[in-house]
Design a protein around this ligand. Structure first.
Ligand code: ARG
Ligand code: ZN
Length: 844
């Protein structure tokens, strides 16, 4: 069954308040609900339908009189009075048997919930839609020391707790947690003097991994006050870490629930990248309190309203806390790797989709990351001050609303006087636009002529021209900036812009800061690119010049077997020698485009990518880098190997990133001697893990792998790294076999999403290993997707996207992949989640 945006209509009733009573029991929890309904004056359809799935209805009544509703596997209907009435029901649910991790479930003996998007209907009968907002009271009975729900505690005694959340909210923001948990406590005082109690609840044993997350929370609260003027609105804010969780984390009102991998951190067990990700996710969930909770979504088609904006906000936060340039480059690498791949394949959909079967399948890179890019473009077009004014109006006008993208754009139209009709196409059109630029130089004037073209897709057969903010600066022949950044506003299919009064022909630095999520086609020669690599004042485009040289060189190595490009290697060497440059930035400069990005580039050029050739070219390039940078590597390594007490901040982690990039090249020539030394001396996970990775690459990892396992066998999050690393670092020939062997390991708890992803997410990321010509990678993944689907459809469906790129490969691989897709699709009972994903993928 397909749901359409155009079919939206409001619910026939308003819910003023609801009281839920939970009697907790692992296999048969009883849930009583008492809900006050009244007719919705804004609605015409008065059908009384309550969602409900996997519920055993014990009894129901209206105004105290027992009723016998019509129950289906989707919910129930019932005759109701004309005016206001009280609905009461009691249901039984089975948290222990809930392996899908949606609704109320158990994880290592603790109860927890995940309701977004449509999990609340697995807890009780209720209008489970985001535009129905209500005040919740929650009573929990159970023999657990900690019993939590949203809002403020109003009563508690042994085995009993009562919670009240004064802020009306949709059911997807409901949460409940119960178990033997320990609080890491702190406080934050808001700018208006409200003292907020903060707790990070963890399982016994994890107390030592809380301090960083707590600090990140306090930093986020302060930042949102300072930058967006958003204060926290309850006396209590709780975060709970759970080991079994389908996604990263969830912004339930006053009770955020986190995948333990997204909140628990310590120097010994977490890498610098883990720390940065945790800080960003804590901020993201906290920021949802305003962009998501106080202002929520009218329906799930508007998901990007809260997710795009909140991702944008958390990226601003990280830019302020760390290095803005490094954050931007990292985000673009991620966008190209995940969102462009999605947008250019069979799963392409607009930032605001117009139809879906299973909404969980639309928590995508397009909704989140492209959704955030659209907000960045809007800000660039209107300017920082106008953006701030528009946001103030948004919070004022829509506080308490379940809003739409139209509402969002309207505040910008009302505050700036702009007509955003054309800009809105960014929300409704799928596909990554191609932006081609042609230069003309005459009479001291540079003319840039841009042409935009979005390839048609099933989702958007006839794309129209978009509004594209193009940030441009000009670099003179000796490397001086002759024109500062200017934002060109492109609205036509083809459009020219001129820069006059120039003394000499400059090199145009186009799409600075990656000012729009497009593929830029700018035909610079290698000398011009080398000039940008050496002198561009825009850190993103300076990095981009190096990346483009790398991509061009790798593509010609793949196509023609040429040698690695000298100019590229020399340019990067100069950057590495430049001690004025931030180490983190230099580390990024040492990166290469990923192998799947190279496959995309070949496909884009009308060619068929051969994974083995792409792998070989990348290896050859790395070897050439090791040789060309040989003289600087030992010093780069030694100068940046931090020996001071570990801090996960931008400065130290940037240095470790540079030292580790150097180590990866050193290992190619020293056979792993330095890696062994680093592994042995490491007192933090960043250095220990990179030591281990390099030992595996040097073919001397087996002893260290055993030692690592013995050291960390009781730490699930570290063991996830151990599982994943062996797959990532395997030779292409062996990656699928290594993954298969790991599934026989006694600690391969495949029902735990983190562990499943550690093995199979890593296999999928190993481009040449997953696409091994035998098809063994495809077959192994398909076997396990078939096994996981009945247990956890949501995680299975997410993993199906591994197959989305199949149409670009050769006929043999295409046949192998489609055979696996068809084998999965032929399973007698397949979840709606996986059916929708594979049907969309297969259609390509
Ligand atoms: N709203 C959460 C976040 O972005 C994601 C929860 C998604 N959950 C799901 N089952 N689709 O922070
Ligand atoms: Zn979010």
């Amino acid at each position: 069954e397909t749901i359409y945006l155009s079919d939206y209509s409001p619910f026939g009733f308003v819910v003023d308040e609801v009281t839920l009573t939970f009697d907790l029991h692992p296999e048969n929890t009883r849930v009583k609900s008492r809900t006050a309904f009244r007719p919705n004056p804004a609605a015409t359809d008065r059908t009384f339908f309550l969602h409900g799935e996997n519920l055993k209805l014990i009894n129901a009544s209206i105004d105290g009189t027992p009723v016998a509703p019509d129950v289906s596997d989707k919910g129930l209907t019932c005759d109701v009075p004309d005016g206001p009435f009280i609905w009461e029901s009691e249901v039984e649910i089975d948290p222990q048997g809930n392996t899908a991790l949606e609704g109320l479930y158990m994880s290592n003996g603790m109860y927890c919930t995940q309701c977004e998007a449509e999990g609340f209907r697995k807890i009780t009968y209720y209008p489970d839609r985001p535009d129905v907002m209500s005040v919740f009271t929650v009573i929990i009975n159970g023999p657990h020391p900690v019993l939590l729900s949203n809002g403020n505690p109003v009563a508690s005694s042994e085995g009993h707790a009562e919670w009240h959340d004064p802020w009306p909210k949709p059911a997807y923001l409901f949460a409940l947690v119960a178990g033997e948990l320990i609080a890491h406590a702190d406080t934050f005082t808001t700018a208006s003097g409200r003292k907020v109690d903060l707790n990070l609840y963890v399982r016994p044993g994890d107390e030592g991994k809380c301090a960083f997350g707590m600090q990140a929370l306090k930093d986020s609260m302060k930042w949102d006050e300072e930058v967006y003027g958003r204060k926290y609105d309850l006396d209590l804010f709780n975060i709970v870490a759970v080991d079994d969780f389908n996604m990263g984390a969830m912004e339930n009102k006053g009770l955020n629930i986190f995948n333990s991998s997204a909140v628990l951190a310590s120097p010994e067990t977490s890498t610098d990248m883990n720390f940065e990700r945790i800080e960003a996710i804590i901020a993201h969930e906290y920021f949802h309190n305003w962009t998501g909770n106080r202002i929520t979504c009218r329906d799930w088609f508007q998901l990007c309203l809260k997710e795009g904006l909140t991702v944008y906000r958390d990226s601003q936060f990280t830019s302020d806390m760390r290095s803005a340039a490094v954050k931007r480059i990292g985000d673009v690498i991620d966008l190209r790797g995940r969102q462009f791949a999605e947008d250019q394949g069979p799963l392409a959909h607009p930032v605001r989709p117009e139809s879906f079967q299973e909404i969980n399948n639309f928590y995508t890179a397009t909704v989140y990351e492209k959704g955030a890019e659209v907000i960045g473009m809007l800000k660039r077009l209107v300017g920082d001050d106008a953006y701030a004014t528009a946001l103030d109006l948004y919070f004022e006008r829509h506080d308490g609303d379940a809003a739409t993208i139209e509402d969002w754009l309207k505040v910008f139209e009302d505050t700036t006087g702009r007509d955003l009709t054309q800009f809105k196409r960014w929300y409704s059109q799928a596909g990554t636009p191609r932006l081609k630029v042609i230069e003309d130089w005459a009479d001291d004037t540079l003319t840039l002529t841009f042409t935009q073209h979005t390839p048609p897709s099933a989702a958007t057969p006839e794309p129209q021209p978009l509004v594209i903010p193009i940030s441009v600066g000009l670099i003179g022949p000796i490397g001086d900036e002759v024109a500062e950044t200017r934002v060109l506003e492109m609205t036509e299919a083809s459009q020219s812009f001129t820069f006059d009064g120039l003394a000499a022909r400059p090199v145009a630095s186009i799409l600075r800061g990656f000012s729009a999520p497009v593929v830029l086609d700018h035909d610079l020669n290698d000398t011009e690119r080398a000039l940008l690599l050496a002198h561009d004042t825009d850190p993103f485009n300076r990095w981009e010049a190096g990346r483009t040289l790398a991509r061009k060189s790798l593509l010609s190595m793949i196509r023609e077997g040429t040698a690695p490009d000298r100019a590229y290697l020399d340019g990067i060497l100069a950057v590495l020698r430049d001690e004025t440059l931030d180490p983190a930035y230099r580390a990024l400069m040492m990166g290469l485009p990923s192998q799947s990005d190279l496959a995309t580039a070949l496909h884009d050029a009308g060619e068929v990518p051969e994974p083995d050739l792409i792998y070989a070219a990348t290896e050859t390039m790395r070897a050439a880098m090791a040789r060309r940078f040989r003289d600087v590597l030992p010093a780069l390594y030694a100068d940046n190997l931090v020996t001071a007490e570990y801090r996960p901040d931008a400065e130290q982690s940037g240095k470790r990133a540079l030292a580790n990039s150097a180590l990866a090249l050193i290992t190619r020539t020293d056979g792993g001697v330095q890696a062994q030394a680093q592994y042995g001396a490491a007192d933090n996970m960043t250095q220990q893990l990179s030591g281990l990775a390099n030992l595996i690459r040097a073919d001397r990892g087996s002893a260290a792998l055993k030692a690592f396992e013995a050291q960390w066998k009781n730490d699930r999050l570290v063991m996830d790294k151990w599982f994943g690393l062996q797959v990532i670092e395997a030779d292409p020939e062996d990656a699928a076999d290594v993954a298969a062997a790991l599934t026989d390991h006694p600690d391969f708890n495949w029902k735990n999403p983190n562990r499943f992803r550690a093995v199979f997410g890593s296999l999928v990321m190993h481009h040449a290993g997953f696409h091994h010509h035998s098809g063994k990678g495809y077959q192994l993944l398909a076997d396990w997707l078939i096994k996981l689907d009945p247990v956890n459809p949501q995680t299975t469906a997410r993993m199906c996207s591994a197959f989305q790129s199949w149409p670009r490969y050769d006929d043999d691989r295409k046949a192998l992949i489609t055979a696996e897709l068809d084998r999965i699709l032929a399973q007698p009972t397949l979840s709606r989640d996986v059916t929708e994903m594979l049907t969309r993928i297969r259609k390509a």
